[in-house]
Design a protein around this ligand. Structure first.
Ligand code: NAD
Length: 257
């Protein structure tokens, strides 16, 4: 049996990048996955690909803007019906933007970053815990960033939003534990990983040079691969991590060491 056999995992931002990579890694280890994204077409395509590879029951797709409470309620209910429960929730959908320093970033831009990156985790846990409670043991994985732990002078909104994800993840861990639920919550903190989120930097310097430039900032000398976040998600969703909750897992090639 796979390492997450029988797990039923709801993944936001599942249309591409890390969300799709985590879905693929989980499906390969026996999980059912529900892919939710504001880009429904991309999520549906990813789900089709997974069903072709792992079988037609593996993946379903949902249209979800993670800032919209009503859409969260509908998508969770749909996925619960399709998978026969939800035992894992991965809050992965997120945005970064070219912000500039705090004097350059607009209030609107700041609020947008906070809304997509933080309201998403709040709403996902607020409405998702009851499903996980019915399918214990449950696991919530919140994708923060190394930028949630270490500041960068040109990312005030991203820094603040990802630090909020880190602390909210711990709050959810304590809430569930104190409530007597076997539902864990942990945050993942990647450094630069090869996904479309790096496209603006690739646009500025060209693909090769951008990746080399970013890689030079990492002690291991390279940017990360989406599969390396996929492997982390498999571990945190699986019962291998059964006593790990309220933790932050850095997947960063040593950049924060
Ligand atoms: P990506 O841009 O490739 O994918 C993000 C996905 O989220 C897209 O499919 C997008 O449609 C979806 N999304 C955006 N806004 C949404 C909304 N309002 N509602 C629903 N879905 C929405 O980025 P990625 O690199 O795969 O990033 C995934 C997560 O990992 C993000 O939270 C990001 O901050 C975090 N992260 C990424 C890196 C990296 O270098 N790739 C590093 C650290 C953290």
């Amino acid at each position: 049996a796979g390492r997450v056999q029988g797990k039923k995992v709801f993944i936001t931002g599942g249309a591409q990048g890390l969300g799709a990579a985590m879905a693929s890694a989980l499906a390969a280890e026996g999980a059912k996955v529900a892919l939710a994204d504001i880009n429904f077409v991309g999520a549906e395509k990813t789900a089709d690909d997974l069903n072709k590879t792992f079988g037609a029951e593996t993946a379903t797709a949902y249209e979800l803007d993670v800032t919209d409470e009503g859409q969260w309620i509908a998508a969770l209910e749909g996925a619960n019906g399709a998978m026969g429960g939800i035992s894992g929730l991965i809050n992965n959908a997120g945005i970064s933007s070219r912000e500039g320093g705090i004097e350059e970033l607009s209030l609107e831009g700041f609020r947008r970053l906070m809304s997509v990156n933080v309201d998403s985790v709040f709403l996902g846990a607020k409405h998702g815990i009851k499903y996980l409670a019915k399918n214990q043991p449950g696991s919530i994985v919140n994708i923060s960033s190394i930028a949630g732990l270490i500041a960068n002078h040109t990312s005030p909104g991203y820094n603040a939003s990802k630090a909020a994800v880190w602390m909210l993840s711990k709050n959810i861990a304590l809430y569930c534990a104190k409530k007597g639920l076997n539902v864990r919550s942990n945050s993942v903190h990647p450094t630069f990983i090869d996904t479309p989120i790096l496209d603006p930097i690739r646009g500025m310097f060209g693909k090769e040079e951008a990746e080399a430039k970013l890689g030079r900032q990492v002690p291991m000398g390279r940017i990360g691969k989406p599969e390396e976040i996929g492997a982390t998600a498999v571990f945190l969703i699986s019962d291998e991590s059964s006593f790990i909750t309220g933790a932050e897992i850095k997947v960063d090639g040593g950049i924060s060491a």
